[in-house]
Each structure stands twice: as C-alpha cells, then as structure tokens.
Write a protein that binds this ligand. Structure first.
Ligand code: SAM
Length: 341
C-alpha cells in the first residue's frame, strides 16, 4: 500500500473499525473534481487563499478511477468539489461517468457558473443537481460566501430548471444570526420554482468547528420555525439518496422540505458512501482524514489495483454503530472543500 502524505490525508489510525460482519461495499461515491472554489463560505474555509492541493487526476487517470469505481460496485455518483464547475472539463467528465451506466448521477454546485453550464451538463447525462443558496438577500449572500453574487446564482438555478433535470434541490446551511430568519422565505422561493429546499445543520467539520457553538441551529428548531408550513409528521429519507429527511408541506403534500442533521443526529450506520478527493485519495468517512492514495495506480491505468485500493479504503470505514460522524473531534481537522463535502 502507498503511504499517504500528511497532513491532508492519513490512514490506519485507531478508529473503531467494524469487527464482525464487514459492511457491504461502497455503492455511493462523491467525487471531487477539484478542490478549487471561487467562494469562501464562512463555515467551509477561512479565506480564498487557504491553499490548494498540488496535484489532481489528469483525464486518463480520472477515467481509470471512474472505471474502477463502477467495477467495484459503485452505482450512484455525485460530482462535487471545491467547486466542480470550475473544472475546465466538467461536462466531458459527467459524460464519461454517464457512459458507464450508473443508476444515479448528480452534482452539487455553488451555481456561479451554472447559467452557461446547466444545459450542457443535462445533455451530457447529468440526472440531478443541487445548488447551494445560503441567503436570498444579496448583501447577506455576499457576506456568507465572502464575495458571491446572488443574482448569478439565481440565474443559474433558473437555467437548471429549464434544462430539464429530474430534480433540482437547494442546500442552505443554517447559521444563527446570519440566515436563520429566512427559512420560510427560502421554502416559498424554492417551492414556487419546483426546487426542493433542504436545510443543513452546521457541522463541526473544518471551519465549521471554528464558529461559535451558538451558530448551530438544530433541525428541531428549524422545524419549529416552519411549523405553520410543514405537515406534523416525522421526516422520511428518500431511499438510496443520502441522509436528508423530507417533510411535506401542509398546503401541498407533493412539495417537500429536507433537513440534514449532521450535528444533532448521525447517520453512520446506513452510510454506504466513499469519497474520492481530487488528488485521487479514496476517503471512507467525512469525519476523518484517513484515506488510501490511488493517484499513481490511476496514472498507470491499473483499474484492478484501484479496485483493491477501494476495498482497502472501505476497510478503514469506522463502525457505523459506534462512530458519531461529524460530531467526532477528528472532524475539526477535515477541510470540506478539499475532501469534496
Ligand atoms: N461548491 C459546491 C457547493 O457550494 O455546493 C460543492 C462543495 S460544498 C463543500 C458541498 C456542501 O457542503 C455545500 O452544500 C455546503 O453548504 C456544505 N458544507 C460545507 N461546509 C459545511 C459545514 N461545516 N457544515 C454543513 N455543511 C457544510
């Protein structure tokens, strides 16, 4: 096995690994196309000049990686970053994954470049798209993202709606004192456009761990604030679609609001997710810097070697019944932007 290069990634620490029956293999993967981002959200990175990884997978290495993931049983792919739309060949990479015949192909973006790319991405075979929208007030949006222009993002959302994706969702990280008074406005904005709004608890991952504890607004408080809009029901997850739980609107049960509770709850027991960082490190858990580097295997075109590395990375996955995900102290050392959040 290849030695990792600290401090970005390490492997084989004393995590509570699964002892008895090993977990089923990875079925879902989040692939970070790039660790570059044109924004610096308050909860994600300290500034726009916090340093990038030196190397990333070139086209051939990336194709090898994608083939190996599918060969090892991955069926659902989410492209992320950094900001994936900054990658010069994001459309070609989406088309390549689509050509491998995965069940689900989605992408998460800040949408600063989505106006021009929504249609090409749809044509390339992208099924679903999620856009980060932390405020609908331009000055707040600019402050939370450290410079983002809300108008460009909203144009990008409209372009995505018109491009014909199977689903367009929004992600809002709720921060007390920044945007926690906007939840109902965001629900109204999203539902009027056929966008599924989702509210994310601030997680103590990386920069999120350096914000004051009071910044966290738990999902139960979010739900109280939206009680006049939401049905009085427990949320239910979409099968095979990650940890969000969805609650229908009172006014129209076909419209739903999602909540992601990475801080007041954990979802490690059902996690079937592997991450691939832009430098080819295979990462089994968002809450640790453990990983298995696979850049040189990818560069040498060794699909079977990467399949083995994927199994090695999967064996490092913490035991889901005891591990507490993003509430573990190791999460504070993880960069969401670098790992592909
Ligand atoms: N640049 C893309 C974007 O803005 O959506 C993709 C990468 S971003 C790291 C992926 C998601 O992670 C976003 O929805 C972002 O809001 C979320 N995120 C980042 N740091 C977080 C934190 N500390 N707590 C909760 N969510 C976080």
């Amino acid at each position: 096995m290849i030695a990792a290069s600290p401090p970005q990634h390490s492997r084989g620490r004393s995590l509570p690994l699964a002892e008895a029956a090993p977990r089923a293999a990875a079925r879902t993967v989040r692939i970070s196309l790039t660790d570059r981002c044109d924004l610096a959200c308050l909860y994600c990175r300290p500034s726009r000049s916090d340093g990038y990884l030196e190397k990333r997978l070139d086209d051939n290495a990336w194709h090898t990686m994608a083939r190996a993931l599918v060969q090892s049983g991955v069926r659902r792919v989410r492209i992320t970053g950094g900001e994936p739309l900054l990658h010069p060949r994001v459309v070609e990479r989406v088309a390549f994954i689509a050509s491998l015949g995965v069940e689900d192909l989605a992408l998460t973006t800040n949408a600063t470049r989505l106006l021009a790319l929504a249609r090409p991405l749809r044509v390339a075979g992208l099924h679903r798209i999620t856009v980060s929208v932390d405020s609908l007030v331009a000055e707040r949006f600019e402050r939370i993202t450290r410079g983002g222009q809300l108008a460009a993002v909203l144009d990008g959302v409209d372009a995505a709606r018109e491009a014909g994706f199977a689903e367009v969702k929004s992600n809002t990280v709720v921060l007390r004192g920044e945007n926690d008074d906007e939840l109902a406005d965001i629900v109204a904005w999203a539902c009027a456009r056929g966008v599924v709004p989702r509210f994310i608890e601030l997680m103590r991952v990386g920069e999120g761990a350096r914000l004051p504890a009071e910044a966290l607004v738990g999902a139960s408080e979010m739900r109280q604030r939206l009680a006049h809009l939401l049905a009085d029901e427990a949320g239910v997850p979409d099968p095979d679609r990650g940890p969000a739980r969805y609650v229908p609107l009172r006014s129209d049960p076909k419209l739903r609001v999602g909540f992601i509770t990475g801080s007041t709850d954990t979802f490690c027991a059902s996690c079937d997710r592997l991450r691939v960082a832009s430098d080819g490190v295979l990462r089994p858990c968002l809450a640790t810097n453990d990983g298995v580097p696979a850049m040189s295997l990818a560069r040498s075109g060794d699909v079977n070697g990467i399949v083995g590395a994927i199994a090695d990375a999967w064996a490092l996955k913490p035991a889901g019944d005891t591990w507490k995900g993003c509430t573990e102290s190791s999460a504070a050392d993880v960069s969401m932007r670098a790992i592909g959040g």
